[in-house]
Write a protein that binds this ligand. Structure first.
Ligand code: M6R
Length: 563
């Protein structure tokens, strides 16, 4: 899940790479490194965030270079394991995202080479070294033939005025500028206005400052560069992206609502679909299952993408896969699609992503760039679209649109209680456990709320269907145990009473106050959507109060491109 970037042009490479790498930091942030080529290869690596490279930029000369921000998989976090990695001669530098699964076997084959890191990635530099006498491009083709697993990589060789990049199963894009070109894991890293060519599996790009040549199976192929508007309104900010992105929800829900869903509704009406997703997107799918059932009487199955393979035998041959992903690059989702070998409809935020490109039909989430690791505005937009699809399936799209027409104002209403939510975070900041309960629509909300609290504040949180507590978990409730209850029906109040009777501290998220509540956050509008917003704000404030950076939770990354 690392981020990689390469630059070749007339300008000094290091500041350009640094700027791009900062934007890729959401992909991993445990260590970083950069290599430039200019009378020799110049290399700098640091443990920690990309900003730690800044003081060294002036020591990295040259107008061609590569850089990397790491999310460790093989080998601990250390300078030695940070990328770029070099071959034995020190003339070939590589950066890599993914996992070379057969790296042990390749190391055996490369006996005699001097390996300096514990990473799987370093084999790429040595494999290229093995065949360099046959020419740089040929050397990369040969290396790729031997590599198994997932990879996107960039190779820079001393004395050659170009970069060579290739991919399989993880994203890589070539960026076309004026007299300069780029390669990166995400379009976001390119300067605004850069045209883009997405690379597909096993494609290799030879990128010099004047030209880009793309090869598939060793043969040159023509690919058209296209403009990408998705990232045009991305701005770098001083504060936290998670906060900014929550605050963008009133605007982004309007973009989700104002689109034509008729073709998507037709496809869903005519086909049996299996929803697959991971993490927060999976919670949105659980909500979709309820919405489709309650509003349209349509049954759908929902699968965790990483578990999908275990159910393959029971998926009807003519069923469609409905893949849901903010990034469109989640490896588990892409792998499930490969296994399924069925038609794909998808709900995706990043229009240039692999998922968007391989789908038979794409519904766009239209949430705009989401950089904070926590999915916030993308989740709300997923719920909006699923609600409209459910109403559309029931032949009542107009009713659905009417139901949501005041959503921006209703989200603003939650924002108006932010100080209350921040004070609640003060009360909860030292708790070890938080439980969340809900029934029906609010069961997925309790799972999603718990995920947000865990990843942003590192407090243990668990979501339950309210009726399930008495089947075991109630044993954990003692005096003062916080329990967040999504109260949208009478029945959940029975479960709230059960917790209260055992001393639980009740935080009610509800349309109106109830005497059982010790704390109360008021929610207006369509409860399955608006009731998650207080949880997003609560998690944010909990994380900040506990001294963590909500944009970079430990051990996580935004785009999960490894299985
Ligand atoms: O990009 P995706 O929606 O496919 O990502 C799936 C999960 O990794 C993601 O939703 C993750 O759970 C969130 N970042 C959590 O906030």
């Amino acid at each position: 899940m690392c981020g990689i970037i390469g630059y070749v042009g007339d300008r000094r490479a290091s500041p350009i790479l640094f700027k791009g790498l900062k934007k890729l930091e959401y992909r991993g942030y445990d260590s970083a490194g950069m290599a430039t080529s200019g009378s020799g290869i110049h290399l700098k690596k640091v443990v920690g965030e990309v900003k730690k490279l800044k003081p060294f930029l002036s020591s990295l000369p040259g107008t061609i270079g590569i850089a990397h921000t790491r999310w460790a998989t093989h080998g601990k976090v250390s300078e030695r394991n940070a990328h770029p990695h070099l071959d034995c001669s020190g003339k070939i530098a590589i950066v890599h995202n993914g996992i070379i699964e057969n790296h042990e076997e390749l190391k055996e084959r490369l006996k005699g080479h001097e390996f300096r890191s514990e990473t799987d990635s370093e084999v790429i530099a040595h494999l290229v070294e093995e065949n360099l006498s046959r020419g740089p491009l040929k050397a990369v083709f040969e290396a790729m033939k031997l590599m198994r697993g997932s990879f996107s990589f960039i190779v820079m060789i001393e004395g050659f005025p170009f970069l060579i990049a290739g991919r399989k199963d993880t994203p890589l894009y070539v960026g076309i500028g004026e007299g300069e070109n780029f390669v990166a894991s995400d379009v976001l890293a390119f300067p605004k206005g850069t045209k883009v060519i997405p690379l597909e599996d096993y494609e290799v790009a030879l990128v010099s400052k004047e030209s880009v040549a793309i090869y598939r199976d060793g043969k040159r192929v023509k690919k058209q560069a296209r403009s990408v508007s998705f990232f045009e309104d991305f701005e770098e900010i001083e504060g936290h992206y998670m906060y900014k992105e929550i605050k963008e929800e009133p605007k982004s829900v309007s973009r989700a609502m104002n689109q034509d869903l008729s073709e998507a509704i037709r496809i869903l009406r005519e086909n049996e679909v299996c929803l697959i997703a991971s993490g927060t997107s999976y919670h949105a799918c659980l909500m979709a299952k309820l919405l489709f059932s309650k509003i349209a009487g349509k049954k759908v199955e929902v699968y965790l993408a990483s578990e999908f393979s275990h159910f393959l035998d029971s998926i009807p041959k003519d069923a469609m896969i409905f893949a849901v992903s903010q990034s469109g690059e989640t490896a588990d989702v892409l792998e499930a699609i490969k296994l399924a070998k069925r038609k794909v409809i998808s709900l995706v935020n990043v229009p240039t992503s692999t998922l968007a490109r391989i789908s038979d039909y794409v519904i766009h989430l239209n949430a705009g760039p989401e950089v904070g690791v926590a999915a916030t505005k993308s989740y709300v937009n997923q719920l909006v679209i699923f609600t409209l699809l459910a109403y559309g399936l029931a032949g009542k799209l107009g009713e659905g649109r009417k139901l949501l027409q005041d959503l921006p104002k209703e989200i603003e209403f939650i924002f108006s209680q932010e100080e209350k939510i921040r004070m609640l975070a003060e009360k909860l900041r030292d708790k070890e456990h938080i439980f969340l309960i809900g029934r029906g629509y609010s069961y997925p909300s309790s799972l999603e709320g718990a995920l947000k609290i865990k990843e942003i504040s590192y407090i243990h949180a668990e979501g339950f269907a309210g009726g399930e507590l008495k089947h075991g978990t109630l044993a954990l409730i003692e005096k003062g145990t916080p329990c967040i209850a999504f109260v949208d029906d009478e029945e959940i109040l029975n479960n709230v009473n059960e917790v209260k009777a055992r001393g639980g501290y009740i935080i009610g998220i509800a349309g109106r106050h109830n005497e059982l509540f010790d704390e109360f956050i008021a929610v207006k509008g369509f409860f399955p959507i608006t009731s998650i917003v207080p949880l997003q704000l609560l998690s944010y404030h909990l994380g900040v109060l506990r001294g963590y950076n909500p944009d970079k939770p430990r051990n996580l990354a935004k785009s999960v491109t490894v299985k």
